[in-house]
Design a protein around this ligand. Sequence first.
Ligand code: F0G
Length: 477
Amino acid sequence: MSGNGAFMTSRTLQTIGQQVGRRSWAEPWKIKMVEPLRMISREEREVALNEAGYNTFLLRSDDVYIDLLTDSGTSAMSDRQWAGMMVADEAYAGSRNFYHLEEAVHRYYGYQFVIPTHQGRGAEHLISRVAIEPGQFVPGNMYFTTTRHHQELAGGTFVDVIIDEAHDAAVIHPFKGNVDLDKLEALIAREGAARIAYVSLAGTVNMAGGQPVSMANVKALRALCDRHGIKLYLDATRMVENAFFIQEREEGYADRSIAAILFEFCGYTDGAWMSAKKDSLVNIGGWLAINDPVMFEELRNLVVVFEGLHTYGGLAGRDMEAIAIGIAESVQDDHVRSRIGQVRYLGDLLNIWRIPIVQPVGGHAVFLDAREFYPHVPQVEFPAQTLAAELYLDSGIRSMERGVASAGRDAATGNHHFPRLELTRLAIPRRVYTQAHMDVVAESVRAVYQARAETRGLRMVYEPKYLRFFQAKFERL
Ligand code: F0G
């Protein structure tokens, strides 16, 4: 293991920092409990990767050293969250922890009616069923895998209306997640407002590289939706991180708290679904929240069928308590700064070494640009999947493909979707890894980059019907 090398890098950076009088920030917590990591040999990793069909989703986590597969459900909970779980109320109906959750969503996100769900896709399922009629369109700022899948299952057709810049990894734009209002107007003009189910807005945009939406954009979007009588629903999964970028980059918000920005942003939308496994610092859970009482009635009825009673939605009382506490912790300014600061630290190292990544570095992850990494591997040979496999072989680091395998097939033609972005995501769990871990990751990426010319692509040998990237298997060409 290159422990010394990792240390050297951060020292070098600090030396650079001292030259310009740098004052560092540090995480607003200290470590109370640790989980030992294990690193297996390169030969053992070869075997493990072969058995997993070159799909990092199919590896055993015991065979992984630093796990950057996802920031979902992988964060470290605080002592307060754990304490809250111990005194939770496991009643089937009306658990006090449900009311704590409801109160936290009211207070920080501002929506009136709240329904817990087992995780984000449970909420996506419910809202898609209730708000989409077969044949309708669902415009949104770039697709997300499970979101689009539920919209399609409900008979909708997703239409991408994100700004063009979002599809170009190298372009620098402060709000690459923005909706292109002209694209949306054109869709409404072509299809008629009645054929638009709702606008599906995500902050930040996962598949674009964790890129934010500006407050100006959501305001304009609200006005546009009002003119046409169209609802605006928010995927609030990483909206706290989105609020950080507004505070950092948008005029008039530098002195507003993350909590105030979050509250204002949500106020322009009619409701939201949430995977609490991200921003809210828990291992499981989600919710759906809405302001319309009629729709709430329908959703509250439907949740009983698919998730559980409307006061637990598939969660234990302790899970709801952990979310309620996690929400309050997640909106603290110093927490968000250090969380995104760590992601940026990794991105900055890769930028210094001129390794191609999505610019600018987003909220939850650093995305490697696999097209630029492997220009000799065509997209049908899964360059981003290949890169994820190579990283694992090099160092036991687990990442995730976000390219053609994730994009799946067109529901109508059956052909592959070929997204312009062919990315390998290094997602950083919250409050889990240290700066030295980030150094080790950066150095492994650099080693794989240096060996890129010899790398060959993959062929898919098993393809599941739904959300294929989770379980597909590949072979080396
Ligand atoms: N929306 C966004 C933007 C997401 O990133 C996710 C999950 C979901 C909805 C679905 O939530 O997993 O709780 O059912 N993203 C994870 C990821 C899986 O790794 O990016 P879920």
